[in-house]
Design a protein around this ligand. Sequence first.
Ligand code: CA
Length: 222
Amino acid sequence: MRILIAEDDEVLADGLARSLRQSGYAVDSVKTGSEADSALTASEFDLLILDIGLPRMNGLEVLRRLRGRDSRVPVLLLTALDGVDDRVRGLDLGADDYLAKPFQLAELEARVRALTRRGAAGAPTLLKNGALSYDQVGKVAHVNGDMLELSARELALLEILIQRPGRMVSKEQLVDHLCQWGEEVSTNAIEVYVHRLRKKLEPSQVRISTVRGLGYFMDRNP
Ligand code: CA
């Protein structure tokens, strides 16, 4: 799950990014509306956390353009406490939810969970492949009822693969989903995460197959 935070208050943006990363999301952040607009045009996100009061194009304009491109990415608006008009306009423009500042991190995380769940329209919460199950909301994986100890990246990798059983996911797609902007993550690093995840999946009969030079897919041992 990849989240874009568009927020010019650096302290708030850093705090949000840190806490969402700890919860296993890949997070990118931008500080202006025009950067947000470019980022949303260039990359795919699973959720946008959008401050309304942004320099160089306000959040509502970013939202209007986003929906104008027919993007259905869920949007959580951050508004000033007294920003009732902005909230109404935001919802009219296609925002999915809003939070008035100041808010508790726990509340933001609850909204994020709800919106990312909704984003996977109609998708089941619990994904299964043989003895392996993955709870998309709780972000935990089990094999035969035993919880797997996975790092945030291994978990993100497992999530992408189990959502596309039998379909190839390219290394570039994995890099795109797993990594945050500005951070150099090589395809070699992806190989390391895949290697580790494979080991942990050994008891499950689910395997991660390699399509040489191209990518990976998840299937089951016959
Ligand atoms: Ca602001």
